[in-house]
Design a protein around this ligand. Sequence first.
Ligand code: DGY
Length: 328
Amino acid sequence: MKKHAVFLTRSLPDRVMAKLRESFTLRVNRHDRPLTKSEILRGVREAGGLIAMLSDSIDREVIQTAPHLKVIANYAVGFNNVDCVAASERGIWVTNTPGVLTEATADLTFGLILSVARRLAEAEETVRSGTWTGWSPTQFVGADVYGKTLGIIGMGRIGQAVARRAQGFSMRLLYYNRHPLSADDERRLSARFSPLSELLSQADFISLHLPLTRESHHLIDEKALCTMQPTAFLINTSRGAIVDEKALIRALYQRKIAGAGLDVYEAEPSIPRRLMKMKQVVLLPHIGSASAEARVRMGMMVIENLMAALAEKRPPNAVNDVMRTIVS
Ligand code: DGY
């Protein structure tokens, strides 16, 4: 039987590549860099399936140049990089990879919480640079995490996984979500629904776990940052544009908040110079899902979605009807 043509914009882990090659006629980006727009346009022309990364903008133009395209399988849980409206208009499935990267992303979120509170990056740099002169009662004194208040904005799978970790640190848990959790889930997580302004003003750590949509774009703006306590930390492992980065830099500079732990940025991979100079921020290169196990699971999920869509079935992780419109 003739295999379907699939275009892959970045190489994936070996196990995933082997399975992809076995199942499809694969055309793959051979460079270790994101493709340019014109390379993507050329690549999708003959493809029935497209495997896209969160760094690829799959906009209306790309979708319109792909006459045979049946499915855009995004290798990420977030899919703000895909124009779902344009895809749906053409009857193209859009899929994502929910669930399989939840724990990896929650682990990294907690890593950021601990890093900013206890100044891990700064302290490690002192050891590595050979400038450590020995133990001191006043060196690298940070903040407690244990027993503090964590505010989670966006209480979906990842938000809840972060909440479960917070229980081990005896943290008081406030959350804000479009829809409150059931009373059972609130009890299970020891979490209390809180209006956004209350959460912002009470939490010692505020962690963002919501998708980027028109509504969430710059949700954390100047006003939100000024509502936070001067001792509070902002953690973002979701999407950069949920935070107004310029306002964040001002708030950090003016000590309106104590620090930030960031894995995502407004214009990745570019990061404002002023942010890079600040010692009270920990900056990671968008590695929320970057555990070997999670990346293989994501790939296998992508394959399931492709197989279903190319066999004219509804893919298990279709997001077309979620209708979150792209924010570019
Ligand atoms: C996703 O899958 O959306 C994450 O941002 C990956 O780290």
